[in-house]
Design a protein. Sequence first.
Length: 433
Amino acid sequence: MNISSIKISPEQIAQELYQLVNRLYPICRSITGDGVRNTLKIISEHVPLSVYEVPTGTQVFDWIVPKEWNIKDAYIKNSQGKKIVDFANSNLHVVNYSLPVHKKISLTELKAYLFTLPEYPDWIPYRTSYYQETWGFCLSHNQYLELNEEEYEVYIDSSLESGHLSYGEYYIPGDSTDEILISCHVCHPSLCNDNLSGVAIATFLAKYLSQTKSKYSYRFLWIPGTIGSITWLAINEAKVKNIKHGLVLTCLGDAGNFTYKKSRRGDTEIDKIAAYVLENSKQGYEIIDFFPYGYDERQYCSPGFNLAVGCLMRSPHGSFPEYHTSADDLNFVQPQYLAESFLQCSSILHILNNNEIYYNQNPKCEPQLGKRGLYNGHQDSKVNQMAILWILNLSDGHHTLLDIAERSGMSFDMIKNAADRLLANDLLTSLNR
Ligand code: ZN
């Protein structure tokens, strides 16, 4: 199935998405700092987003915007002066939000600041310490096993100071002020599936949707996880009432089956549409219920907002061993998987924008189709004719076009095209929802 208002070949979008992931991969991002700014700058080459800077110390509901963290360099040198762990080789080597440090310490003391993954001895883990001021290094377990009893020099050239939390926002006006929210996190360093896959797909959805006409307006957010959505919601509470549907995008570049995590409400239009699109994609998939963990859907679906926001993933966070390790890299994410995910997203948005409820203007018995040119005996048209009959029968103000597609077993676009013909013949009228 390829139902979308966006006309682009899968090969082209696969390359565009992967190139952006590739370009953003080396940047050391965090929840604040120049890594996020540089990321937003690269995204702005594709989409004219606005960058907002929220000062450290700003109260956002129960949270406070933290100090800004930046890093230039970091390493561990052995007693011969050889760098045995080097931030220049991987930004995962430093615990994200580490305080600056420069001192000589024994192996025993150093070990308290080292993190490894013994079960995957070649991989570097990803660790953060946003709200507890400390420092640390992450390294492969094999590197760790080579450490000897000697004195080490540890050096982290970072800063943790008053500054700003940066996020990117892009609004595409539609026919209605009702909005669809697309949100992704931009706070992870060199991790491709968890972070960059969603970032790239959101960027190109924004780019291509801005070239189409749609019923809904779109609001795209590239924000640091958790604190970013809390900050946005706190600052923009007056705009929240316009958000009618939303998707959090993450973990969309691996080979795994699709996973859709429903909104907290569980029975919203986007929940139904996502299920329909995945069912019709003829690939394996799973629909999971909302739970209050994961990504920014936690904030959008907190009880005070309770928005119709779901989360689209392939392999869910935590379910794949590469999650939060150096193995979530440019090999783990592949162009064709990114492209498939992009197409699923654009299908969901296409149906959302076209899922009208109509009233049959001639509800007492069937209208005579022949005199309107809507009835003919050609085999090709039989299916369209069935679509017309289904729509006329179910357009009682209670069924969306998706309901009719599901009940009839016909594709959404076939139902939508037949509805357009009936509208043109004044046999349907729109219910203003
Ligand atoms: Zn993560």
